[in-house]
Design a protein around this ligand. Structure first.
Ligand SMILES: *Cc1c(COP(=O)(O)O)cnc(C)c1O
Length: 254
């Protein structure tokens, strides 16, 4: 008779927990899209795995997820390498995408450009320049095969603590990205402030985005909505929700 070891039991329990949480979140996302009169599948679910181990990401890949968000270096670089190492046979590296959603220090641009599909948190001309240079070397060295995607992070209340550029700074930032062939301007990202009404912030964001897409018709990604506010974000046009806690649980203290 074979008996499962303790760690196999733990892994099985964790897998069941992640699967159940994922079901709940995808049901919330489907319900929010339907309530907004949008088709099923109209928004992507980026699973935010920061602070959680590569083993959780591997389990989420087995459960069918393909897009993940990370926010810190060097944690992200190491984790992506471990996950890529453990991908099931037959699953191409390019089938799984990792996005950088946290603020990027310029000196970390080089490593981020080697693993990230896109960066959600671009908010200064200096960072655009650093990422362009980093993406260019990563392309030359074969560490990436496509331009680095860029979302401009907009600050809704202009509080520097959460990062993001002021609305008025977006046109010049977008032009700087457009001048860099190794970067691809894809849209906007925002984090709703914790004060005030989420739906008021999301409505402001929707109006900023309308203006932005008029100038940049192919930059239609809107990355907004987290565990707490994904419904409001979907109502106001989000095409990518970034969900951590509702899927992985409360983050461990680093
Ligand atoms: C951590 C993080 C998230 C996920 O937040 P949850 O509340 O855990 O869903 C989303 N976006 C950014 C930028 C984050 O840093």
């Amino acid at each position: 008779m074979t008996t499962a070891t303790g760690s196999e039991n733990d892994a099985g329990a964790r897998r069941a927990e992640l699967a159940a949480n994922l079901d709940r979140v995808t049901a919330r996302l489907d319900a929010a899209l339907s309530a907004a009169g949008r088709p099923a599948g109209d928004a992507d679910l980026l699973v935010v795995t920061k602070f959680f181990p590569a083993a959780d990401v591997a389990t989420l890949v087995e459960l069918g997820r393909r897009e993940f968000g990370e926010s810190r270096e060097p944690e992200a670089s190491r984790k992506v390498a471990d996950v890529v190492e453990s991908l099931p046979a037959g699953l191409e590296r390019t089938a799984v995408a990792f996005d950088m959603i946290g603020s990027v220090q310029r000196k970390k641009a080089r490593s981020v450009a080697r693993w990230a599909r896109r960066v959600h948190s671009v908010d200064s001309p200096a960072l655009v320049e650093a990422l362009a240079r980093a993406a260019s070397s990563a392309l030359d060295e074969g560490a990436r095969t496509a331009p680095l995607g860029v979302l401009l992070q907009v600050s809704l209340d202009e509080d520097p603590a959460r990062g993001g550029a002021a609305r008025a700074a977006l046109p010049a930032l977008a032009d700087a990205v457009r001048r860099s062939p190794e970067l691809a301007l894809q849209g906007l990202m925002a984090i709703a402030p914790t004060h005030g009404e989420r739906s008021d912030w999301m409505s402001t964001l929707a109006s900023i985005r309308e203006d932005f897409v008029r100038r940049h018709p192919d930059a239609t990604v809107l990355s907004a909505g987290m565990s707490q506010d994904l419904e409001a974000a979907i109502e106001f046009g989000s095409t990518c929700v970034r969900v951590g806690t509702a899927i992985l649980g409360t983050r461990p203290i680093p």
